[in-house]
Design a protein around this ligand. Structure first.
Ligand SMILES: Nc1ccn([C@@H]2O[C@H](COP(=O)(O)O)[C@@H](O)[C@H]2O)c(=O)n1
Ligand SMILES: C[C@@]1(CO)OP(=O)(O)OP(=O)(O)OC[C@H]1O
Length: 159
């Protein structure tokens, strides 16, 4: 059995916040704000896993009104969702994601993000691909107001 899910998320920049993407701290003047640590890449991947499972979205399980998830480590949220996939008998086929950001340059940080995401999804790093693009200074990402991420996840189960 093969199941596919997609995810999309956006978070706003604020000066002086830590920037955490794909579970990796990235040096930058601004970080993202949210109820959690605002890891927009892990949120998109979490939603893609839930989409593949047909189990709703990240806010269904971790509401942004619940103080329990204030400043939550998004890696822990993805781990909990991955446990749902694993207990249903799925393994990662592959994950592919795009970070939409004018700055900072993501390329130097992508190997570390791939390693961390592969670890969270209990898969070889070759099954995880992360890309980055600017929007050529157009729109909210181009104005550096925030970062968007998109993700697709394919889950596979024997039989
Ligand atoms: N924040 C970003 C954005 C892009 N990259 C890398 O640059 C390449 C060219 O980006 P364009 O938006 O001009 O197509 C892109 O393919 C990425 O490799 C990046 O590292 N960080
Ligand atoms: C992760 C959660 C929960 O802390 O909060 P945020 O960091 O605001 O992220 P978002 O992608 O807006 O929605 C999911 C939330 O429920």
């Amino acid at each position: 059995m093969i199941r596919i899910g997609q995810g999309f998320d956006v978070h706003r920049f604020q000066e002086g916040r830590p920037l955490i993407l794909g579970g990796v701290r990235i040096p930058h003047s601004h970080g993202l704000i949210g109820h959690s640590d605002a890891d927009v890449l892990l949120h998109a991947i979490t939603d893609a896993v839930l989409g593949a499972l047909g189990k709703g979205d990240i806010g269904t399980y971790f509401p942004d009104t619940d103080p329990a998830f204030k400043d939550a480590d998004s890696a822990e949220l993805l781990k909990a969702v991955w446990e749902m996939a694993r207990s249903a008998g799925y393994k990662l086929g592959n994950a592919d994601a795009t970070i939409v950001a004018q700055r900072p340059k993501m390329l130097p940080h992508i190997p570390a993000m791939r390693e961390r995401i592969a670890e969270l999804l209990e898969a070889d790093v070759g099954r995880v691909n992360i890309k980055a693009t600017t929007t050529e200074r157009l729109g909210f990402t181009g104005r550096e107001e925030g970062i968007a991420s998109l993700a697709v996840v394919c889950l596979v189960k024997e039989g």
